[in-house]
Design a protein. Structure first.
Length: 295
């Protein structure tokens, strides 16, 4: 039984890298589906897959985000993980595809869900912009703001893992990954080959794939004159080894395995102290929210 990966838009469902990668379930916003119908659909997903990992960008409509939390609250289920992603839209879609790939492996649902935070650090997500005048998600200098009004100026912006901004054509591209990646590119209303030639060559990407531009991208980047890109690990074997190499803990509340400091399903957190335990390693101390029950 494969853990279901769910997303909030069909644009976050990128074509699979291979014929084995399962697709993702597309959740419907409140304006397209009544709450009762959404509850039925979620219950069916749980019955079919056991667990559901729902990914949603931090930029989505807040009404949609509230709907997701309402579903989980009404169902009182610890089988639904709600993961908010701070990645740009195309980067979020790439992360969703990576989790779809990993869902074929033997990772438990808790490890698979908490792996999202780990994998996000290995996704180099950015865009080539025709203007940074309205960009508010990446720090932009006053000089760059002024330059953005110059006709023909273009900027290479990296949102993560380390934010960077360069003037395309006159400055070196942002520092890229030191590991093998596949570059996914989505074209907006900007004409340039800087991403597929200069950036791809500088980053030594193994493959370049085109994808439709997510509808949310212009709002996220503050302009429709853009070319969005995301470089990430595409080899399932490498992804598996990366996640498998991280220490795992057992959640004291729901009993699921997880990596990192928080269980993605029940949201119980763990804090490790520097005091060594009698058996070696750090002492793990768990904490639940003030309400007493993680949610």
């Amino acid at each position: 039984m494969l853990t279901a990966i769910a997303v909030t838009s069909s644009e976050l469902v990128l074509p699979p890298s291979d014929r084995h990668t399962p697709t993702a379930v597309v959740l419907q916003p409140p304006g397209r589906q009544e709450l009762e119908a959404a509850l039925v659909d979620m219950q069916v997903l749980i019955e079919q897959h056991g667990y559901v990992i729902a990914l949603y960008p931090s930029s989505i409509d807040q009404g949609f985000a509230r709907r997701l939390h309402t579903l989980r609250s009404v169902m009182e289920s610890d089988r639904i993980a709600l993961l908010q992603l701070d990645l740009p839209p195309l980067g979020a879609a790439v992360l969703a595809r990576q989790l779809r790939q990993l869902s074929l492996g033997d990772f438990s649902p808790g490890v698979l869900a908490s792996a999202a935070g780990l994998l996000a650090h290995y996704i180099y997500a950015g865009a080539l912009l025709g203007s940074v005048a309205k960009l508010d998600r990446v720090s932009v200098s006053l000089r760059s703001h002024v330059t953005s009004w110059v006709p023909g100026a273009q900027f290479g912006v990296l949102a993560g893992p380390t934010p960077q901004l360069v003037k395309a054509g006159t400055e070196a591209p942002p520092a890229g990954p030191s590991f093998a990646t596949q570059l996914t590119v989505a074209n907006g209303q900007l004409q340039s080959d800087w991403v597929t030639t200069t950036l791809a060559r500088h980053w030594r990407v193994q493959d370049v794939r085109e994808s439709p531009l997510p509808a949310e991208s212009p709002r996220w980047w503050g302009t429709s004159k853009l070319i969005e890109f995301a470089a990430a690990i595409s080899d399932p074997g490498v992804l598996y080894q990366l996640v498998a190499s991280v220490r795992r803990d057992i959640c004291y509340w729901c009993g699921l395995e997880f990596i990192g400091d928080q269980c993605a399903f029940c949201c119980a957190t763990i804090q490790r102290t520097e005091t060594p335990s009698p058996h070696g390693g750090a002492v793990a101390r768990y904490e639940a929210p003030a309400s007493g029950r993680p949610r």
